[in-house]
Design a protein around this ligand. Sequence first.
Ligand SMILES: NC(=O)c1ccc[n+]([C@@H]2O[C@H](COP(=O)([O-])OP(=O)(O)OC[C@H]3O[C@@H](n4cnc5c(N)ncnc54)[C@H](O)[C@@H]3O)[C@@H](O)[C@H]2O)c1
Length: 330
Amino acid sequence: MKKSKSILVTGGAGFIGAFLVKRLLKNYPNYQVLNLDLLTYASNLSNLKSCESFSNYKFLKGDIRDFKFLEELFSSNNFDIIIHLAAESHVDNSIKNPFPFVLTNVQGTLNLLEATRLQWGNNIEDKLFYHVSTDEVFGTLGVDGKFTEMSPYDPRSPYSASKAASDHLVRAYYHTYNLPILLSNCSNNYGPAQHFEKLIPLIIQNIVNKKSLPVYGDGKNTRDWLYVEDHVEAIDLILHNGKIGKTYLIGGDNEKRNIDVVLKLIKITDSMLGRPEGCSKKLINFVSDRPGHDYRYAIDNTKVKQEFGWKPETSFESGLVKTVAYYLNL
Ligand SMILES: NC(=O)c1ccc[n+]([C@@H]2O[C@H](COP(=O)([O-])OP(=O)(O)OC[C@H]3O[C@@H](n4cnc5c(N)ncnc54)[C@H](O)[C@@H]3O)[C@@H](O)[C@H]2O)c1
């Protein structure tokens, strides 16, 4: 059994955070998990219902933008591990209003790093600050090539720029203050209980309600989709086996054009609803492209595969079936 540890998870009421908290509670009964989340519009506490019965789990509502609050939190808790997921996460929102993205993703991350540094000082044995980030920090790819751990940063939306800034701050704390950090950049996640603003839940919801299915541009923009529980498994492996100061790229080996994702969702959802095959295709509506829309993301995940024996376990088909079933309440 792993040694007892006190873990602070930020953003644990969000999409990925909730799956991570559930995995930690299930796999590590010796860990005390404190989930700190502001409960913004993007959170979903119902995805954490099963955690309430765990005596080693606590939820705390709080704001990482508030440094005084963090100082007080850290003065009354001795955390061994921080896993930082709290963020403003929706690119379209960042285009409409970038300010909350800088305040939460940049200032919030700095607050958390500083509160952690002040608490740990030189007592960094067995301590870890794990920052969860995105492949969007690398910008866009053309028709071929993949991002690696060596790819240069080239963020092109206010969201990805704010995540890039937070990544740089995390590494700066490692080099400047010796803070023990780990960082991972992951491709697009999907799965149950994701907010309806994101592509896959939005399309499922609109198929159900026979509403138009918006597809940006010509639909050829390509993302590498990963089932959320596969991401969380990779985080678990990196957390326990990663080398301090290192970055790991996580991806699904599952590149899909947006239009193909929509067509697949139409097939699965129509079939689960008992509707004639393909009847929702007429709802597809190509809309003006997102400004600065990155054309393609793809991840070379050789490092996590070789170092930790990880690989994406969930096929796109079965992951989508589980996801659609969740939204249809099946
Ligand atoms: N969703 C993806 O495809 C994806 C891929 C790679 C990396 N990531 C990263 O993973 C992390 C989690 O992503 P997600 O999709 O679960 O996001 P999400 O939007 O579903 O959840 C974010 C959570 O952070 C909380 N939060 C926001 N501002 C806060 C603040 N000021 N203080 C405390 N809590 C706050 C929200 O209430 C929410 O519960 C983010 O850092 C994101 O950049 C996401």
